[in-house]
Each structure stands twice: as C-alpha cells, then as structure tokens.
Write a protein that binds this ligand. Sequence first.
Ligand code: DAK
Length: 261
Amino acid sequence: MIVAMAYEHIVVEIDAPIATVTLNRPKVLNALSPAVIGELNDALASLDAEESVRAVVLTGGPKVFAAGADIGDMADRGAVEQLQRDQTGRWAPLAGFTKPLIAAVNGYALGGGCEVALMCDLIIAGDTARLGQPEINLGIIPGAGGTQRWPRTVGKYIAMEVMLTGAALTAQRAYELGIVNRVVPAEMTIPLAQRMARQIAEKPPVAVRMAKEAVLKAFEMPLSEGLASERKSFYFLFATDDQKEGMHAFLEKRKGVFKGR
Ligand code: DAK
C-alpha cells in the first residue's frame, strides 16, 4: 500500500520497504528554497525513524532534478545574514541520513541540486542529466560540499574544470568519470533507482547501515583508523540476529529473512 505524506514543495510516497521523495517546484526547476530544504529534512527525519522503510529514492521527477539553491532567495542577503541563517546546518541532515539514499537524476542537477545528488549514496542518471556547479557565474562558490565531494570522487583536475568553468557534465561524461552509477533512458531513471532501492531493502538493515557508514568514513579518516573502525563494525554485526539468519540461511540453502535485529 502506498502511503503519502503531506508537504507543499515535495511529494513523499512510502511503498514499504522503500520510499520515494520527489522535489516538486517545477516552475522554478525545483530550486531549493529554505522551505524545500526544511521539508526535505523533515521528511528524511521521519523516513529515517520509520522502521518499515529500508531505502529511499530522491528525485526531481522526469524532467529536472534541481537547478540549485533559490537564487531569488539569496540575491540580496548579506554575509552575516547567511551565517546567522545557519544554512550549512540546515543542509546537514541530508548527509547524515542513515539509510541508503539513491538519487534518480533527470535533467539539470546544478549547484545545490548537484550537491544534494552528491550527498546520496548512489546516483542513477537519465540520459538527459546534466551535473554541474555553476555558482562561479553568480560570484560565489559551492556551499553544500561541492568543492569537497567532487575532488574526492573525480580528482583535482576534473573538479577544477567543473568549479572554474561552471560548465555542466553530460550524464555520459559523469558516468565515465565515476560520479554516477548508471546512465539509462530518462524514463527508466526512477524505476531503476526504485528497483535498486528494493534490492538493497531486502538486505539485513543493520549490516546495510554499517556498510554505508564504513564507506563514508573512508572520506574522513586515515586508512589505519578506517580499517580499525571497519573491524569494530564487522565484529558488532555478529551480535545481530540477522547475521545468524544470513549465515544459517546460506547453510540451509534458503533465502534469508532479515528483521533488522
Ligand atoms: N533559483 C531560482 N529560480 C530558478 C533557478 C534557481 N536556481 N533556476 C531556474 N530558475 C527559474 C528561472 O528563473 C525561470 O523562472 P521564470 O523566469 O519562468 O519565472 C524558471 O526557473 C525556468 O528557468 P529558465 O527559463 O532559466 O530555463 P532554461 O531551460 O532556459 O535554463 C537553467 C535552465 C538550469 C540552465 C537555468 O535556469 C539556470 O542557469 N539556472 C540557474 C542555475 C544555477 O546557477 N544554479 C546554482 C544556484 S546557486 C549553501 C548550500 C547550497 C548553496 C549555497 C549555500 N550553504 C549550505 C551555505 C547552493 C547555491 C546554488 O545552488
């Protein structure tokens, strides 16, 4: 059964064990106003807490992912005002989401829109997708992780090209550079992301959470600390019922049924 949550600028549908969150401001190409970010954070907090949901697809729908933060909202703000609005803090819950988050990107994913995609764990791109950081054209730089996540994924030189020229990459180029997982015809983007979400949702949730955490730590830690942290999570998983179920199911030649315990 599909359960919808009520919001103004986003659409949230829970079809357990997955949920799909769709940005819904088509007139301004899903520009990310503070209200959109607020709703997104609120929805993600609910979905993180909802036990029946095990993976989430985040999309902008069939035409556009998001053309960035709302320029109209930012144009006349001052530096201190930006600081006081704690914009960075307001974007953080997205990066801190504990369940797998799959971006399904059609059309433009620019500026903050691209940064939202980069905060997801997998990116499925339609052949119409364009990923870029055009902030330089506005006299600013990316503010939600673009300058950090691009080089960690594609290296210094491509990241410099993206930041300094402001030109967007095609879906195919992004795929070749390893910054998207798959490129598919645009009408397949959301269905494929949902299929992958369901595939992940069948896996033991605690192990999924630990795997996500461990991979993200690789971006934060020296190798020795990352390895030590991985080992602790590995040992911890032997305290879960799902590890017993997974291994016994294998030995008994049946499919494991995982409860997230
Ligand atoms: N903001 C507000 N409105 C936007 C918009 C945006 N980012 N992008 C498009 N729109 C609006 C257009 O103004 C237009 O509105 P009307 O004129 O119809 O009223 C409508 O959407 C359709 O857009 P276009 O007519 O321009 O459509 P085109 O197909 O011709 O062009 C485009 C599509 C995506 C190439 C073009 O719209 C464009 O260049 N848009 C702006 C892209 C951009 O510069 N994005 C970066 C914005 S800066 C931070 C976190 C994040 C950020 C900053 C700080 N902190 C945590 C501190 C993020 C910053 C950004 O994203």
